[in-house]
Design a protein around this ligand. Structure first.
Ligand code: XIL
Length: 386
């Protein structure tokens, strides 16, 4: 079966994305990890921020929502949880709404952890974001024995209906379909070969959106995708494929409201073309769709060990990227995938060779604001209102 070793496939996919930028990598002990011609500029960059206001307040000042993904066990850490409450205006469950977390058996749903996260968000005046109804990863063990051509539609319908009914009116937005495109899978329509595609054909995407809309008329229904950020052949293929998919869905009157751009960025050098990205964002907006930056972080796996250097490069990536995307007023929310380096998926998915802790997020392991926090604050302060 195509979806057998879930974790290792995921790992492989992301390793592939990062390796795509390897040829341009200068692994060294200096800022040359950034981009040689820009080293001087980077050394001089000030990252000075006015005031102590939180990221959520700075975002709100320009009509933007800022928040992060997290998990229930992380929020049991009270120091972390108070940082989360201080900085975040929206919470996304990192795993608790995925199939493997919600579906202990074909006939059961376990909403305890997802409900707890929603409760936490509400108690602390945060919005809540759903992630994700349809994905090829993190399917339960029983899935491949139980789901087949005959019953796939029933399972998908029941799953989407049950989740969206339960949280109807309480979600700011929800990733209805995640990562449905994979040009490397070689199909003319560039769709990823997933169990859903195999069982239901390409219309599973439209079906998912229509089902979600039938049970929750309030949530912003999002198509979420990876690998859209860089100026590589792969990036071009993914952007084109996403645009075609969105156009197709819109032309059929599918109830889709936004594109989610995951934005797992890399610290090392990889071609980035701000004009191309802006054009892409404008094309998405011209379809009448909003845009959310859903999983922002900057992996520092291949950067120099030195904290000061690493943090400066990571911060520059945050600032450069956000400067470009926030110029597009259709961008309504920015979420980082985690808030503090204390809890990040990169620790296990993209660890460093030297085994030093990774530093991809705005707050340090000890919950201090890093240069990446400053970079985000500056980007929010300087972005146009929406
Ligand atoms: C990751 C989680 O952060 C990990 O805890 C989990 O083990 C694997 O999934 N793109 C997505 C997210 O859409 O769901 C992934 O989250 C990260 C990549």
């Amino acid at each position: 079966m195509m979806f057998k070793p879930l974790q290792s496939r995921r790992h492989f996919l992301h390793a592939g994305l990062f390796l795509a930028g390897m040829s341009a990598v200068a692994v060294g002990k200096t800022l040359s990890d950034y981009r040689s011609q820009a080293v001087e500029d980077l050394q001089k960059r000030s990252f000075e921020v006015s005031g102590q206001g939180s990221l959520k307040k700075r975002a709100a000042a320009i009509g933007l929502i800022y928040g992060a993904a997290t998990m229930r066990p992380y929020l049991a850490d009270l120091d972390f949880s108070s940082s989360f409450i201080r900085e975040c205006g929206i919470l996304a469950p990192e795993n608790e709404l995925k199939w493997d977390a919600l579906r202990p058996s074909p006939s059961q749903f376990d909403f305890r952890n997802a409900d707890w996260l929603l409760g936490f968000a509400r108690r602390n005046s945060m919005l809540f974001r759903g992630h994700t109804l349809v994905w090829h990863m993190q399917l339960p063990q029983w899935f491949k024995e139980v789901v087949n051509h005959q019953n796939a539609e029933k399972f998908l319908q029941e799953h989407i209906a049950t989740v969206t009914k339960r949280y109807a009116g309480q979600m700011h937005s929800i990733d209805v379909v995640n990562e449905a495109i994979e040009p490397a899978d070689g199909r003319r329509d560039q769709l990823r070969k997933t169990p859903w595609l195999e069982f239901l054909g390409p219309d599973y995407i439209e079906f998912a959106f229509r089902t979600a809309a039938a049970y929750d008329s309030k949530a912003i229904l999002v198509y979420n995708e990876l690998g859209l950020e860089y100026d590589t052949a792969d990036g071009d293929a993914r952007r084109n494929a996403v645009l075609k998919l969105l156009e197709r869905l819109k032309s059929k009157g599918t109830p889709i409201h936004a594109l989610g751009i995951q934005s797992h960025l890399v610290g090392h050098s990889i071609p980035f073309n701000s004009d191309k990205l802006r054009k892409f964002l404008a094309s998405v907006a011209s379809l009448g769709l909003k845009i959310l930056i859903t999983e922002l972080d900057v992996v520092d796996q291949k950067l120099a060990l030195d904290f000061a250097i690493r943090d400066r490069i990571v911060a520059a990536r945050y600032q450069d990227y956000l400067k470009v995307v926030l110029r597009e007023r259709a961008v309504i929310a920015v979420l980082t995938w985690g808030l503090s380096d204390r809890y990040t998926w990169h620790s296990s998915y993209n660890p460093r060779k030297d085994l030093a802790p990774v530093r991809p997020l705005p707050l340090s392991n000890s919950l201090k604001r890093k240069l990446a926090w400053n970079a985000m604050a500056i980007a929010f302060d300087q972005a146009p209102k929406r």
